[in-house]
Design a protein around this ligand. Structure first.
Ligand code: NDP
Length: 263
């Protein structure tokens, strides 16, 4: 029996155990998936190896620590320095990023997007903004604190702090902050956020399983919006393919994983 887990803090809200266990059970894969609250990201590798894990997903706030903990990084994770999936390959930790493709999958019904305002500058913002730019979109970043914006500026993104947010229209506003995850905070001051949402076409939140204050505001202005559930599904399917070493087709995993969303 192989053991998998999600590392995060907080982690009690995570649907990943349900999603992955549903797939393992439905497909007869000999694996089980649990959740582990990891307070100190620098202990990630030690915890992973001590527990003899075969693979993990990593969530807030450890995705950058996960990148540093890996022995080898493959694919898109190399471009962004952010890892959300780790596989144990003969005692070596191999890091991947499945969030970005998961997110692109999740917004396929939003048509004609050219400009995006990403709220937040953490690990998820980095992966999604880089992927969105690769898809040809014009991406701007706004963050509460200035320090984290430096690497985005160096990478050629337009960046704003709350003090410099422009009052202009974006096709998509995407909340990647953890504001609203386990509190009722807005990702930016209400007097700045409200006019931005009013002018936008679509809104999306990476947080799932609740209507965050950000999404409540989007609903107030009748903006088509979605939470992070489809992104979760998209990244989960890709992670499951890695966990099961591509033994199953993505469509098969997706069907089984979707069933877990009905619980
Ligand atoms: P990080 O800890 O790396 O980054 C958090 C970001 O949120 C930072 O930019 C931080 O700003 C900002 N922030 C936190 N609190 C507030 C606040 N009260 N007001 C304004 N900004 C705030 O987290 P991640 O990027 O890993 O994750 C972010 C969110 O995305 C989480 O809620 C996570 O659950 C969700 N997520 C969902 C996924 C899905 O599949 N649906 C996948 C991945 C993530 P500062 O720099 O100023 O501290």
């Amino acid at each position: 029996m192989k053991l998998f887990a999600i590392f995060g803090n907080p982690v009690s809200h995570s649907r990943s155990p349900l999603m992955h266990n549903s797939v393992f059970k439905a497909l007869g894969y000999k694996g089980t998936y649990t959740r582990i609250k990891l307070e100190d990201g620098s202990k990630l590798k030690k915890t992973f190896l001590n527990l003899k894990l075969s693979g993990v997903n990593v969530t807030v706030p450890h995705k950058e620590a996960a990148f540093n903990a890996c022995d080898e990084i493959r694919g898109f994770a190399n471009k962004v320095g952010v890892v959300n999936t780790i596989i144990n390959e003969n005692g070596k930790l191999i890091g991947y990023n499945t969030d970005a493709d998961g997110f692109i999958y999740s917004i396929k019904e939003f048509k004609g997007i050219k400009t995006v305002l990403v709220l937040g500058a953490g690990g998820t913002a980095k992966a999604l903004s880089t992927k969105l730019r690769e898809e040809g979109l014009d991406v701007s970043i706004v963050n509460r604190s200035e320090g984290r914006l430096k690497e985005y500026q160096d990478d050629g993104f337009t960046t704003f702090t709350h003090k410099t947010i422009p009052n202009k229209a974006f096709d998509l506003i995407l909340n990647t902050t953890s504001a609203g995850l386990s509190d009722e905070n807005y990702p930016a001051p209400l007097n700045l956020l409200e006019p931005l949402i009013e002018k936008s076409t679509y809104c999306a939140d990476a947080i799932y399983g609740k209507v965050t204050p950000f999404l409540q505001l989007c609903n107030k202005y009748n903006k088509p919006n979605k939470d992070g559930a489809d992104m979760l599904l998209g990244q989960g399917v890709l992670a499951s393919m890695l966990f099961t070493q591509n033994a199953y087709k993505s469509e098969t995993i997706e069907d089984k994983m979707k069933e877990s969303f009905l619980f």
